[in-house]
Design a protein around this ligand. Structure first.
Ligand code: FRU
Length: 491
């Protein structure tokens, strides 16, 4: 990078920071979250560059500081000792270079022998119309590095991948990079000229020269027209290709969001670059989970975070000067051929008191807790579900009807109903005799983990009042144990 370019980048980073601090006080707090990562002001979408570097976890994210709308993408930045308590750092990437004039799109981060290296997509719109769904663009892959983990220099070698393969459409973005067998590997989301979504594999010795190894999986008309934000990793002896397909049609209770996030599970052969895999499965069953990314913690755990909103759906917090949040970090495991998510153990450090603790035969609509701040963790374990009536929880948050989460044994169906148009998301889980619910309410978000990750539902909800939590059951024999903890805010 020549010195003038470096100066400009630094000035733009500073301008963005000044804007953020001078506008922070103007935010309406009514829907703000207490213990999730969200922007101080402005817009956030995908998690980017999740990585453990020199003793801390780093999370970057797609960010437009200047309004609560998507715009020229910056990379916001935060660090944490435990993935729970986050401290914001200065904006890491600002668009404006030759290859990333109109946006620094999603990507990943690696520790390259003490250099924190970001590999991201540079976006240029030819018509000058910077819109998320404008199709007249060029996407290239770029590198930025830092030795202090705070200030980043864009590489003078950018773009490090200038062209997609010849049979590719313009969609060529969201590189996720990892180390294997002495090489850096990268997977990139794309589609062919015929709109067949696919994930492209590259490899490199130095993060600068990249060799194309082929597509490791295709949609073949079944899994959408473009795969965004691919990720690839091994967990519990299986290879997982995680991605967010665009353009899938709803089928009954499946794929009901505008866009999906899910995975193919299988075996990967690095020699031949082939992935033998099963069918596409959604990773989360709620309304608001997209563009997830994972990191490997130093103890080997595979941790996943997603964007807790959905494209092209209302985001009421936009009226308040901000939009978007990341989900809680979840630990991934493969159990019985499916990928399961459970909240990381570190989240227990948020507990600031016990609101309720009970162990009883429960009655329908029995009140478990009335909250002052809508910030809590709920653990409910139900045994003896033998009849067909619904069992679960409801959250009265002052809306026309309470938000309910229930298991219907007669239909083998778990469902979350947040009310309003298109309010229901459901998962066909089959017959369960017990139900363990582990839920996190954080004012305008609800994340529910069922039976150790058998299903997870993540949805935004917008309260009009402090919440009252109630048990739901028509089954008189159900014995429930419940604990509700109040959680602290991370500030
Ligand atoms: C996914 C996505 C990515 C892109 C980014 C732009 O939500 O569309 O494909 O890099 O958002 O902000």
């Amino acid at each position: 990078m020549d010195i003038n370019e470096e100066m400009n980048t630094t000035n733009s980073n500073r301008a963005a920071e000044e804007w953020v601090s001078s506008h922070a006080a103007s935010i309406n707090p009514r829907y703000r979250l207490g213990y999730h990562l969200m922007p101080t002001v402005g817009w956030m979408n995908d998690p980017n560059g999740l990585v453990y570097f020199q003793g801390q976890y780093h999370a970057f994210y797609q960010h437009h500081p200047y309004s609560a709308e998507w715009g020229p993408m910056h990379w916001g930045h935060a660090v944490s000792d435990d993935m729970v308590h986050w401290r914001r750092l200065p904006i890491a990437l600002v668009p404006g270079g030759t290859g990333d004039r109109d946006g620094c799109y999603s990507g990943s981060a690696v520790d390259d022998d003490g250099v924190l290296s970001l590999i991201y997509t540079g976006q240029v719109f030819h018509s000058g119309d910077i819109q998320p769904f404008n199709v007249d663009f060029t996407e290239t892959q770029n590198l930025a590095t830092s030795t202090d983990g705070i200030h980043f220099d864009k590489s003078s070698r950018n773009p490090v991948i200038a062209h997609a393969p010849k049979d590719n459409s313009r969609n060529f973005r969201d590189p996720k990079v990892w180390r294997h067998g002495g090489w850096w590997y990268g997977i990139i989301g794309s589609s062919t000229v015929d709109d067949d979504a696919r994930a492209l594999l590259y490899r490199s010795h130095d993060l600068r020269e990249w060799e194309y190894r082929g597509a490791i999986a295709h949609s073949e008309g079944r899994v959408g027209q473009m795969w965004e934000c691919p990720d690839f990793f091994e967990v519990d002896g299986s290879h997982v290709l995680l991605f967010s397909p665009v353009g899938m049609q709803a089928q009954g209770n499946r794929y009901r969001n505008v866009f999906q996030t899910g995975y193919l599970l299988g075996d990967f052969d690095y020699e031949s670059s082939t992935l033998t895999h099963g069918t596409f499965e959604e990773l989360d069953r709620g309304h608001d989970f997209y563009a997830s990314q994972t990191l490997e913690a130093p103890d080997g755990r595979r941790i996943c975070m997603g964007w807790m909103n959905m494209w092209q759906t209302p985001m009421p917090e936009q009226q308040d000067g901000w939009a978007g949040a990341l989900t809680l970090p979840r630990e991934l495991h493969v159990v019985d051929g499916t990928v399961r998510m459970t909240p990381i153990a570190e989240l227990q450090s948020l507990r600031s008191g016990t609101v309720t603790e009970c162990s009883a035969v429960v009655r329908d609509r029995e009140i478990l807790a009335s909250l002052e701040a809508n910030r809590c963790e709920i653990l409910v374990s139900c045994e003896g579900i033998t009849r067909s009536e619904m069992t679960g929880l409801s959250f009265d948050i002052g809306l026309d009807s309470p938000v309910t989460f229930t298991y219907d044994r007669s239909r083998g169906l778990l469902s979350l109903d947040r009310g309003g148009e298109d309010g229901v998301r459901a998962y066909e889980c089959g017959t369960l005799d017990h139900l363990d619910l582990h839920a996190y309410l954080d004012n305008s978000s609800l994340e529910i983990f069922v039976n150790d990750g058998l299903a997870t539902f993540t949805s935004r909800i917008y309260p009009a009042a402090p919440a009252t939590l109630m048990m739901r059951t028509g089954d008189e024999g159900v014995r429930a144990k419940a604990v509700v903890y109040s959680l602290e805010s991370i500030g």
